[in-house]
Design a protein around this ligand. Structure first.
Ligand code: BDP
Length: 716
């Protein structure tokens, strides 16, 4: 090309290629494939889309997605037909046609299971065909998304041969959305559900939301807060819920609701909600029948009971099992499930808070109905930047257990800081409970392969809201994506997920891809470093939970304060959870007790979780604990600075709108990282009485200054 022409092309085309983007399209952008030869190859390989006559809703969605996706990627309208007429047809089918059964055999179909799919390129009558084959319509839909992802990743169609099936059956988002559109721990605007306008007026965004879920393999959503409002179960609201269900249904997304345990009193006019009272059970049965009349594919209930002030069976001296089973019996005739949360710690129990879920739930093992799933947060405390896994996963061999992960970054910088959470979730899923001997990972317990199979559930607390880009921080879309992909296949590596997401979201510029991948993959550890390194935990500001608050010492309960968790004193720092302390360690398998119980062998990233360690304790680096702590905080700050440099290096490679959006947040993140470092080091220095080691920047203000800024922040 002549230079002048080149200049013209780049000045005309680059702005087009880098056109402003508000992030609304998520990872479903379908921008034209820039490489013309690849585009042609794909266009040649897909001549028409063959779908059955009168397609049911999920197949119609698959068709629409393929048409729109291919139009975007290839710039061509691929015709849709009901019988293959040409070579290179793309066929969506359930193997009723004998010829499909001949090329996709029974073993393939068994592997694809209920919701999976087979993608295959085959030779056929001297030419070729591409197949998306599944046992059910949902598999065709997931297969269509997978094929589009394949094309968006610029992979060849030639030897396409994929069989994929989800390992966990119910892959759910949990929305902590109140009915007044406030989202508890939501950082992306208001709740998506416009209760006042429903059921008649339906935001098109409802469908876009469900489509996004389907695109990453999620098949259900709990649309109301675990801190539940009984009003949702009244007839007018159920009609609104039914309208949402109707919008979600074509994308294979089922609705679940949170059930407030005291609903029989609040909206039923009963005097009690005692689960063993026949009138209460009858009320729930009637309510459930009404729900299923209104929403025939309703998934079931999620319940937070006797936790943080929520009502529950213990109000009537009944157990969690009594409460869960009563509800489970009510939904059982409809194949509904009850997800009963294990996030409990009692106001009357002074024992270490992290022990209380096991104390309350382990004795109930085997007492729950088969359609009850006890839903457990990844760690025993509360979605901290790093915790050991919850020992409850290993303590209930005869109960179905679900993992609850938090996509919204309550304790990891909300929608200001970058923290890609796949590496954290991998730690949890891969954690070995040793419950059935070595290799009993949390993933194998949750997916049922280690023991009880049906139903299996994984839940992620959503980070979505009305912000145009859905998640507040554009890069936090990666967490929504990662949750869906891991829920489908918990074996996927963080690297693979990051790379997929980056390419789908930012295209294939090598420098941009490798830079963003690197930024994502290190980001969670960076947040740990500048906020709660070396196993420190729960030392954030009170209320809103953003930023540092190691000084927080007076709240409604001791185990809400920071001092309860870090236990800084003149001798040292950290919570002794060994036999000389709370002995929370005893709730883990002997293998873990041995490793974590010894201050010399305990991995340093959990050191202060399990041990109260002297300020002069010698760390692996040869430094003292105090020096190491200071340097970790400094490292966190330095890493945020590196994130900023990395991002700045992409200027011109990413459209201005998205570039600026992220650049501004990273700048703020640096300030907050400094804030964390200075607050925590000034505060802990009061106890350590040691100087900052070389390499650590001193704070620019006295401690009082940091306490004031954060105390004045508005609560959420
Ligand atoms: C805590 C949140 C609180 C939730 C609670 C829960 O701060 O808003 O209600 O968890 O999971 O992390 O029930």
């Amino acid at each position: 090309m002549r230079p002048i022409f080149c200049l013209l092309v780049s000045s005309l085309l680059l702005p087009l290629l880098l056109r402003a983007d508000d992030g609304y399209r998520l990872w479903l952008r379908y921008d034209p494939i820039p490489d013309a030869s690849l585009r042609q190859a794909y266009t040649g390989a897909i001549s028409e889309i063959v779908i059955p006559e009168n397609p049911r809703p999920l197949v119609a969605s698959a068709r629409d997605e393929l048409v729109a996706g291919l139009r975007g990627l290839l710039g061509a309208d691929i015709p849709v037909v009901t019988k293959a007429t040409r070579d290179n047809a793309l066929i969506l089918g359930i193997p009723r046609d004998p010829w499909i059964a001949a090329v996709v055999n029974e073993a393939d179909l068994r592997e694809a299971g209920v919701e999976g799919y087979v993608l295959r390129r085959i030779a056929h009558e001297g030419g070729h065909r591409t197949l998306i084959v599944a046992n059910r319509d949902s598999g065709l839909l997931y297969g269509a998304f997978a094929l589009l992802r394949h094309l968006q990743s610029h992979q060849s169609l030639d030897n396409l041969n994929v069989i994929s099936a989800p390992k966990i059956q119910r892959r759910l988002l949990n929305h902590w959305d109140d009915m007044n559109r406030h989202v508890e721990r939501g950082y992306a605007g208001f709740s998506l559900w416009e209760w006042f306008y429903l059921p008649e007026i339906r935001d098109p965004r409802y469908r876009d939301y469900a489509r996004a879920l389907a695109s990453i393999g999620l098949n259900g959503t709990v649309i109301t807060n675990v801190n539940a409002n009984a009003q949702i179960l009244t007839a007018p609201y159920l009609a609104k819920v039914a309208a949402l269900a109707q919008e979600f249904r074509p994308w294979g997304v089922r609705i679940y609701l949170t059930a407030r345990f005291s609903a029989p009193i609040e909206i039923g006019g009963l005097k009690t909600a005692d689960p063993l009272d026949p009138a209460v059970a009858a009320w729930w049965q009637g309510k459930v029948a009404e729900i299923y009349r209104t929403i025939p594919d309703f998934g079931g209930f999620l319940v937070k009971a006797n936790s943080e002030g929520q009502p529950g069976p213990q109000d009537y001296k009944r157990t969690h099992a009594d409460g869960a089973n009563m509800l489970a019996d009510a939904v059982q005739p409809y194949n509904g499930i009850v997800m009963w949360r294990a996030f409990v710690y009692s106001p009357d129990n002074n024992d270490d808070r992290v022990k209380q879920a096991v104390t309350e739930f382990a004795p109930l093992d085997g007492k729950f109905r088969q359609n009850v799933i006890v839903q457990i947060k990844n760690g025993p405390l509360d979605f901290m930047p790093r915790e050991p896994f919850s020992p409850l996963f290993g303590a209930m061999p005869n109960t179905r257990l679900a993992a609850e992960l938090q996509i919204t970054q309550e304790y990891l910088g909300q929608s200001i800081d970058l923290a890609f959470l796949a590496p954290m979730w991998r730690e949890v899923l891969d954690a070995d409970t040793y419950a059935n001997g070595k290799g009993t990972t949390i993933a194998s317990i949750v997916d049922g392969s280690a023991k009880l199979q049906h139903p299996s559930v994984i839940a992620g607390v959503a980070n979505t809201g009305t912000d145009r880009n859905w998640t507040g921080h554009l890069l936090a879309q990666a967490n929504w994506y990662a949750f869906g992909r891991l829920a489908w296949d918990h074996q996927l590596s963080s690297e693979k997920i990051a790379d997929e997401w980056t390419r789908l979201t930012f295209g294939h510029d090598d420098t941009a891809v490798s830079t963003i991948n690197k930024m994502l993959l290190g980001s969670r550890e960076t947040v740990v470093n500048y906020s709660m390194p070396l196993g420190l935990t729960h030392i954030m500001a009170e209320g809103h939970h953003y930023g540092p608050g190691p000084w927080v010492d007076k709240l409604g309960r001791a185990d809400w304060t920071s001092v309860y968790y870090h236990k800084a004193d003149e001798k040292g720092l950290g919570f002794d959870r060994t036999a000389t302390g709370s002995n929370a360690l005893a709730q883990y398998a002997p293998e873990w007790q041995k490793l974590w119980g010894n201050v010399e062998t305990c991995p340093e990233n959990l050191l202060l979780w399990f041990h109260h360690v002297s300020w002069d304790h010698k760390m692996k680096s040869g430094r003292t604990l105090w020096d190491e702590l200071c340097l970790r905080y400094q490292q966190g700050v330095d890493e945020v600075r590196a994130l900023r440099r990395d991002w700045d290096s992409l200027k011109g490679r990413i459209d201005e709108e998205r570039f600026t959006h992220v650049a501004q947040r990273l700048a703020r993140q640096e300030k907050e990282a400094i804030n964390w470092r200075d607050s925590c080091l000034l505060y802990f220095q009061q106890f350590s009485k040691r100087p900052l080691p070389t390499g650590v920047e001193p704070a620019t203000h006295p401690l009082e200054h940091y306490k004031q800024i954060l105390r004045n922040m508005p609560g959420f």
